[in-house]
Design a protein around this ligand. Sequence first.
Ligand SMILES: Cc1cc2nc3c(=O)[nH]c(=O)nc-3n(C[C@H](O)[C@H](O)[C@H](O)COP(=O)(O)OP(=O)(O)OC[C@H]3O[C@@H](n4cnc5c(N)ncnc54)[C@H](O)[C@@H]3O)c2cc1C
Length: 473
Amino acid sequence: MAKEYDLVILGGGTGGYVAAIRASQLGMQVAIVEKGELGGTCLHRGCIPSKALLRSAEVFRQTKEAAEYGVETKDPSLNFNKVQERKNKIVDTLHKGVQGLMKKGKIDVFQGYGRILGPSIFSPMPGTISIEYANGDENTMIVPKNVLIATGSKPKSLPGLEMDGKLIMSSDDALKMETLPASILIVGGGVIGVEWASMLTDFGVDVTVLEYAEQILPTEDKAIALEVEKQLKKRGVTFVKGAKVLPDSLETGDNITISAEKGEAVESYTAEKMLVSVGREANTTNIGIENTDIAVEKGFIKTNAFYQTKESHIYAIGDVIGGMQLAHVASHEGIVAVEHMADENPLALEYDNIPSCIYSSPEAASVGLSEKQATEKGYEVKVGKFPFKAIGKALVHGESEGFVKIVADKKTEDLLGIHMVGPHVTDLISEAGLAKVLDATPWELGHTVHPHPTLSEIVGEAALAVEGKQIHG
Ligand SMILES: Cc1cc2nc3c(=O)[nH]c(=O)nc-3n(C[C@H](O)[C@H](O)[C@H](O)COP(=O)(O)OP(=O)(O)OC[C@H]3O[C@@H](n4cnc5c(N)ncnc54)[C@H](O)[C@@H]3O)c2cc1C
């Protein structure tokens, strides 16, 4: 007989496994169906492995610069095998941690491919799920009261540009490289493209980024994107913006050559490898959506503010619903969805209060509206900006480039957006997130006492700068 659960989660990535833990805390009988590995993209092909490689790249660069700190080192060299080993070890440790959390929460994990069979809540077995096993074992059927689709996303390419995983790579492939190429073309200068550009240039690879928009990091505040670009250019990265890559022009051999249209001109670019980072598409095919009334729009599952699909007992969260495709977004959506199933009356997430981070060197981070977005929404804005070069701890660190920019509403004093570029801003942004959640004004942020000497002082100074009252600048 089919086993029954209060909740079955399709996909054990960040969104799915966090939702499972919350559901178990709420007393639900929970199962996860995972075709790959618990932890999903973030743990195995995203956040964690990419940040581990970025950290090695940073250490390599800083070791070469160590003489500036009075530390003499002799010809530091890179052992890329060791770099990969370290990354794999971190991933393994965290993977074991997630497995342990599933045991602790008494969450059943089915290692197989899940598909929704049940048509609707009115069916005698609503949303029944079949689990197919790669080794050919007979399918298992499980019957949930609620279903949570958390199947995530996968890399997409440009039409006509096929990724072979070796010469033309997705970020999944690039993470598995055994040796570094001498040169690389990165197609797409969004978050993933910029993080890889920063890492590879620090590893000594010759990097060219081809970006279709006129701004790299197109969703970030322009001033932030320009600062990241400036600093990466100084370290040797070439950026070609407004470049429409022409897949038909692709030539492969020992190297890769591809042309891009830029205005009237067509230029060709050659490198040893290519990384395609032009976005991610939702995993919605072959999971049984056709057996339900679930609506899909532009490739993403449509939900209400509590992540219910058109079938009220089937919820969807994370990358598969689009929006901010970030791990912490997926996990918080999962918590809200599960609390909604349990009638816990959760608050809907406010996406303008959620930080997003870029882990390049320099780091960038933001929460809320960019200056342009705020103006386009009709706000009359005032802006405070403060540079890291006036922050003692940044000088001590030897990383004093970058700034914090605060966008506020002139009429109401509300904080609209906080944007940062420079050392450790991916950690500093949490204070800005809290300020947004608590509806703080720049005055309140500016009058919060920040300890000295810390990098966090820049948040207070930038907030005071909104009224021109900054102390050290
Ligand atoms: C290179 C890279 C770097 C990133 N860095 C960051 C970062 O620094 N910070 C950040 O916040 N985000 C980052 N992200 C994004 C982050 O990884 C995703 O937003 C997050 O993983 C989404 O979680 P999810 O649970 O929705 O999906 P996923 O993590 O993709 O998990 C989905 C899971 O579902 C499983 N699955 C799919 N279909 C089925 C099926 N039919 N049956 C069973 N199982 C199935 C998959 O195997 C997978 O394990 C990065 C992404 C990439 C690619």
